[in-house]
Design a protein around this ligand. Sequence first.
Ligand code: PLP
Length: 375
Amino acid sequence: MIPFNKPYLSGNEIKYIEDAVNSGKISGNGIYTKKCHSLFQQRYHFKKCLLTNSCTDALEMAAILCDINEGDEVIVPSYTFVSSANAFVLRGAKIIFADSRNDHPGIDEYKLGSLITSKTKIIVPVHYAGIACDMDVIMDLATRHGLFIVEDAAHAIDSYYNGQPLGSIGHLSTFSFHETKNIISGEGGMLVINDHRFEQRSEIIWEKGTNRSQFFRGEVDKYGWVDIGSSFLPSEITAAFLNAQLESIDEIQNRRRRIWNIYYEELKELENKGILKLPYIPDYATNNAHMFYIICNNGETRNNLIDHLKRNNILAVFHYLSLHKSPFYANRYPEIELPMADHYADCLLRLPLFYELKHEEVLYISNTIKDYFKC
Ligand SMILES: *Cc1c(COP(=O)(O)O)cnc(C)c1O
């Protein structure tokens, strides 16, 4: 069976973990954490980085930093992972779901204006498949209405919008290093703080509501409880693993892009015949090859294709179920219609894409899809 995903080890993960363990400092915010922070800051010009245990953690930190209170509204695409919304619900927010574009599963920037009210506090653009949302449009809304933008960049490492790294544009941004993403640490994530107003408080929230970071830098002579917070920082074992991955980021990205391009070339004829759609990448966006997806013309075709691929030992998987139709939301709020989100929930299919996927396997998967549509 060709799996959908296989975590890739770039070589130094175990060595760095051993080094972290031998150093006698394995709790968080040690040498490897700091190395990861500075690698990200240098490569992507992020102002301040804080590793977390997950992207979910980073989103929860963002909700605290933006001072979300009962009744504040947060605009989130319906076609996304649960955490993009749940992190704000935990602080009492009301989620306002936005639909996806018709050429791409990302949030429809031009439908956001009508969702903004006097209670809106945050928009959460999700760079689906690592393809940038149109950030000029979104940042302009933020300026005009006094909103915060929290980029959910879980898919978007090493991808750009008009030359700007994704994650460097919003007031805050969140990344995931879950084993299904491009750069991994098992579980893991990061909060990026681009607005300096959040810098000091972000460290306190990260350190369980204490000013321990200031204490370690010698800025205060004792540390104590100064704000709310939680246990958001990962151990040095996680950071050591991540550091090894980051050293190989170009190699990982190049390999993933090569696989992505073979799929694209192989399947283009099906798109030309109107049998399915391939990913659309706007001029302002780059492709970080986080995902290769196809969009079938209807749900039945998509589901039958999944079965056909399975019979041929290929594991391809659908993606998000629309959050506006989730039991959690539907049981509490009136029904809303977001046809594009439902379209992607029904028709989108993700193909295997991982570092060690072989050239012949990509061809085999592509041919199996072509065979299916010949029948
Ligand atoms: C994976 C993912 C998350 C959650 O990441 P974790 O690190 O597993 O918490 C959040 N948002 C999106 C869009 C994701 O794909």
